[in-house]
Design a binder for this molecule. Structure first.
Ligand SMILES: N[C@@H](CCC(=O)N[C@@H](CS)C(=O)NCC(=O)O)C(=O)O
Length: 213
C-alpha cells in the first residue's frame, strides 16, 4: 500500500489513520513540482495529495481514503459496523468535516499564509474582511461540533473513528492558523487528539513547514 504524501497537507490525515491502525504502508514523499508531472495526473486528476494506491485501487480525497481504509480494516474499529445506528452519525460527521467545516478554514488559510495563494491561485486578492468573514463562518459552522462534544472525547461510538481524523485534521489547521482560541471548547478535543502517539508519528513534519509554504 502506497500513500502519496506532502508534509503539512491533508495527506497527514490518512497517514495518521494508517499509524493508528498499525498496518504497513509505504510513504511516497512527493513535492508540488512532482505532482505536476503527467505521470502523477494518472494518480490524481488535479495533481494533489493525498493519493492511496492499494493493489488495484487508486483513490484520492483524504476523507474518502480514510473511509476506505476504515472499512477495509473494519475489525480494527475505526468505522462503526454498516448495520449499526452509529454508522449514520459516522457518515454525518465525516461528510460534515469535509464539506461544511473545512471551507472556512481553507478560505482563512488563503488569507493569512504567506506565499500560498500566490502559488496556488494566481490573482487571489488577500483582504482583511475576508479573513474576518471566514472566522465568523467557521464559528457558525463549528457550533454543532461544540454541542456534540460536550462531555465526550470522540464524535461517535465513544472511540476514535475516521470521522475524528478528518474533523481533527481540519481543526488542527484552524488551531495552527489561530482561528481556534484556547478557550474554545473544541480546543480540548483537538488537544486530546494531538496527544495520540499515532498522530505524533504522522505529524513529524506537519507544522514545521506550514509557515514557509
Ligand atoms: N479535498 C482534497 C484536497 C486535496 C488538496 O487540495 N491537496 C493539497 C494539499 S492540502 C495539494 O495537494 N496541493 C498541491 C497543489 O495544489 O499543487 C482532499 O481532501 O484530499
Amino acid at each position: 500500500m502506497k500513500l502519496y504524501y506532502i508534509p503539512t497537507t491533508r495527506a497527514v490525515r490518512p497517514r495518521w489513520l494508517l499509524e493508528e491502525m498499525e498496518i504497513a504502508y509505504d510513504l511516497v514523499r512527493v513535492n508540488m513540482s512532482m505532482t505536476k508531472q503527467p505521470e502523477y495526473k494518472e494518480l490524481h486528476p488535479h495533481s494533489k495529495v493525498p493519493v492511496l494506491v492499494d493493489g488495484s485501487v487508486t483513490i484520492f480525497e483524504s476523507a474518502a481514503i480514510c473511509a476506505y481504509l476504515a472499512d477495509k480494516y473494519i475489525g480494527l474499529g475505526f468505522a462503526p459496523l454498516p448495520d449499526s445506528p452509529e454508522r449514520a452519525y459516522y457518515h454525518q460527521w465525516l461528510f460534515y468535516a469535509a464539506v461544511t467545516l473545512e471551507p472556512p478554514v481553507e478560505h482563512y488559510m488563503f488569507n493569512v499564509l504567506p506565499n500560498l495563494p500566490e502559488k496556488l491561485l494566481p490573482g487571489f486578492v488577500r483582504l482583511e474582511t475576508s479573513k474576518q468573514e471566514s472566522r465568523q463562518w467557521f464559528d457558525r459552522v463549528a457550533e454543532p461540533l461544540r454541542e456534540v462534544l460536550v462531555g465526550r472525547n470522540y464524535l461517535v461510538a465513544n472511540r476514535l473513528t475516521a470521522a475524528d481524523i478528518i474533523t481533527g485534521g481540519v481543526l488542527l489547521w484552524a488551531k495552527k492558523l489561530g482561528m481556534l482560541l484556547d478557550d474554545d471548547p473544541l480546543s480540548e478535543y483537538i488537544n486530546g487528539l494531538m496527544q495520540r502517539p499515532a498522530f505524533i508519528r504522522a505529524d513529524e513534519d506537519f507544522y514545521a513547514k506550514i509557515a514557509t509554504m
